[in-house]
Design a protein around this ligand. Structure first.
Ligand code: MN
Length: 237
């Protein structure tokens, strides 16, 4: 059962994540779901998911995708997720598996470019086209050997192919908002009783002002007045 590992890790009485139904594979449309969820857990990462055979194949990409074909991003394959997970944006309680804030960072559909997806996955070389709002065009996931592969987890590289959608734009920095709610992580944490300050560390935060204002916006308060230079000196800072 592909979702056993997913379910074993989670207590659905506590987490708002979907448990997934076993018969969710029948769909009217033949298009395959693609989603990237930005997840401020212990470490910030981007969960890259492709629907295949009724579940979402999933990879955790610590630095997120890059539109630059010269930049290869490490993608650790993780347990398959239920297709319903593609709609999840919210807060996983702090002490639960993956505790933290989840944003739907990009979504759309995907099409295999490799003629046989199962063979491509087994071989560790899956070529595909993304039809997302932020990510488009041709990509490849290539399994690597050695570094990072342990405990049945395999490490892959997510790479953009050269095409009309490749560029040197820093997509994760330039497009930090949810594609479904236009919120930053801090706003999602605020609306779901999460840890706003922790979530905000995953939002654009340089210069420092941006972090403060994202927390301030999220808490719907005026920004905390900065200490004056003289009072800071007095306080010995
Ligand atoms: Mn995750």
């Amino acid at each position: 059962m592909p979702l056993n590992e997913y379910r074993k890790k989670r207590d659905f009485k506590v987490t708002p994540e979907p448990s997934g139904s076993d018969n969710a594979t029948k769909k009217k449309s033949s298009s395959l779901i693609y989603v990237v969820q930005k997840h401020r857990a212990t470490q910030l990462h981007y969960d890259f998911r492709l629907e295949w055979r009724g579940t979402l194949l999933s990879w955790a990409v610590p630095k997120g995708p890059s539109l630059d074909p010269a930049i290869k991003r490490l993608a650790m394959q993780v347990e398959d997720h239920p297709v319903e997970y593609a709609k999840f944006e919210g807060v996983i309680p702090a002490n639960e598996y993956g505790g933290g804030t989840v944003m739907i960072w990009d979504k759309g559909t995907w099409q295999p470019e490799s003629p046989n997806v199962d063979e491509a996955l087994a071989k560790g070389d899956l070529k595909f086209i993304l039809h997302g709002k932020k990510l488009r065009g041709s990509w490849v996931l290539v399994r690597t050997h050695g570094y990072g592969s342990s405990r049945g987890r395999s490490s892959w590289l997510l790479i953009k192919h050269h095409d009309a959608f490749s560029s040197q734009a820093d997509i994760t920095a330039e497009k930090p908002y949810s594609v479904v709610s236009r919120r930053l992580l801090a706003g999602i944490a605020r609306d779901n009783g999460g840890n706003i300050a922790q979530a905000a560390t995953g939002d654009p935060q340089s210069p420092r002002k941006t972090l403060e204002s994202s927390v301030a916006t999220a808490t719907r308060r005026r920004p905390v007045r900065r200490a004056s230079k003289t009072s800071m000196k007095r306080a010995g800072r």
